[in-house]
Design a protein around this ligand. Sequence first.
Ligand code: MBD
Ligand code: FE
Length: 284
Amino acid sequence: MITVEELTAAAAGASATERFRTDKSPFTAVTETPKDRVSELAREVLSALHDTIRRHRVTYAEYNALKAWLIDVGSDGEWPLFLDVWIEHVVEEVATEHRSGSKGTIEGPYYVPGSPHCGARATIPMRDDEPGTPVHWTGRISSVDGSPLQGDIELWHADADGRYSQFAPNLPEWNLRGTFTADPDGTFEITTIRPAPYEIPTDGSCGRLIAAAGWHAWRPAHLHVKVSAVGHQPLTTQLYFPDDPHNDDDIASAVKPELMLEPQTQADGSQKVVYDFLLDPEKA
Ligand code: MBD
Ligand code: FE
């Protein structure tokens, strides 16, 4: 882990870049992809850029603005953020189009493997005075044929200020990150708090693109989950809250109707939600 000491785009970006290099061993894919496929994909992407330049009569001033911006994305460490916000949703769509179980969506840049084990019925690691509305979530993991699965749920999300532990300063290492293992009948009960919507850092290169284009920088509040079970394809997804103003214009295009929770507000102000998972068996 690299320690994040400031609430800046560059500090979050450095941590996300380090995480990606550690976890994804990205360079095996490069050596394993056949030359013909690399050539075809690279040619097609370049030729789409060439078409845009011709069609819009892109100037040298604009070309140099792009060049300066791309250099900054790298030095801010914001490539993970840029790619996961504007590209990953289509990769996810293609990767999961054959599935009949629960809907997935993008992982985003802030997953960290190895979060603390919490059991089947527990509260996620949080501070004693963690701010935010308590959420009590019950659910069940099954195979698409209905048989229960004693699977794992890795849950991670922002706090009530929209901050992720390990990517913002002054938070305990595993705050709002935990791994839950369902009971043999597939059921689990998780207590956490409701996260705030997430604003992409405005002081880095992704923020400058958003400002220059006149877009907004928001993702709706969301819970990230990875669900895994023996013999089944792992599911990476996110769950959303129905009253969020950014459900219809998520900057990362990662909201799907199947991922909307139906929270029931209780007399004490806390919320109850039920959400189950269906996993597809491993491909033969
Ligand atoms: C997030 O929290 C996120 O989930 C994505 C996809 C991009 C940026 C921040
Ligand atoms: Fe997120």
